[in-house]
Design a protein around this ligand. Sequence first.
Ligand code: AHM
Ligand code: MG
Length: 341
Amino acid sequence: MSPTDHPVGTTLTRFLAHELAQREGEHRAIETLLAGVARACQRVSDLVRRGELAGVLGAAGSENVQGEDQKKLDIIANDVFIESLEQCGSLAAMASEEMDAHYPIPDAFTKGDYLIAFDPLDGSSNIDVNGSTGTIFSIMRAPDVRVATDQDFLQPGRDQVCAGYCLYSSATMLVLTLGNGVAGFTLDDSAGEFVLSHPSMRVPASTSEFAINAAYQRHWYPAVTRYIDECVAGESGARGRDFNMRWAGSMVGDVHRILCRGGVFLYPMDAKLDAVGQQGKLRLLYEANPMGLLVEQAGGRAHTGTMPILDVVPDELHQRVPVLMGSVEEVDRLVDYHQRG
Ligand code: AHM
Ligand code: MG
């Protein structure tokens, strides 16, 4: 069975029960885990929607392990995920953008065979301006259920069991892959449930839309400069057609648009990142890998410029990577420009 076999309007609960029933052994644990993820996303969605009325806007006055200022909602969303998932019985440990090291499931609770890595609130700079934000998650098998370590999370993205994101925007949407396509669910507030609204999300191979923060143009390397210059030159340039630019300021918002209508999302390596020894801005385990799996499962491409994102073998929990993802023809062109140096 694939996501396309389910009629629009199927609840997430029913979808998961049907999809996972064929998976020997593991289906109950994944079902319970994803039900917990959906519950946590609903709680975060509720807080995002109430905004200032829920007292969640503004800075927390602290920094995460990566030296980034934390917003109140970064920390609150992280706590919501821990509370919602630590007792689900499916997990050995969790890792998050907002925690220095992994969080082992306390001995008081049942431990399970899986690990989850998440960015509880992606696009934090959009929180206070009522822009789109999201949650991104990646689920892997735990090498050792009894004693989890940071090392256990260092698995290539290809080994993810499932991945997804929740977009908090004009509607709240949970978008998911279990490894056989990508399905999108919209939160029906009146029923308090996610229902299938986008049974088979596909990234068209061709596109005329790109997403990049152009404020970093002076730091770009030649491959990116050439690509963007050619797009901006439009009909009269090498590409012979006009391009459009969109930048949501939230990876979830940008990648969601690409899953809906195609495009490329770029957060490439540049001289400014190089100067401070950073291999990109976005994090591999809970941003690039889950989004990369979704994009590949939807027929798109996800690359660092050097190799497919999903083939990178991580060597640290908060590792960063350059990201080029979206429509195949454009990512292939970018990779070609990178290879030419
Ligand atoms: P965050 O997880 O701290 O919000 O950072 C990730 C975000 C992405 O959602 C977005 O694409 C990018 O950072 C924007 O970065 P910049 O402000 O450099 O354009
Ligand atoms: Mg993020």
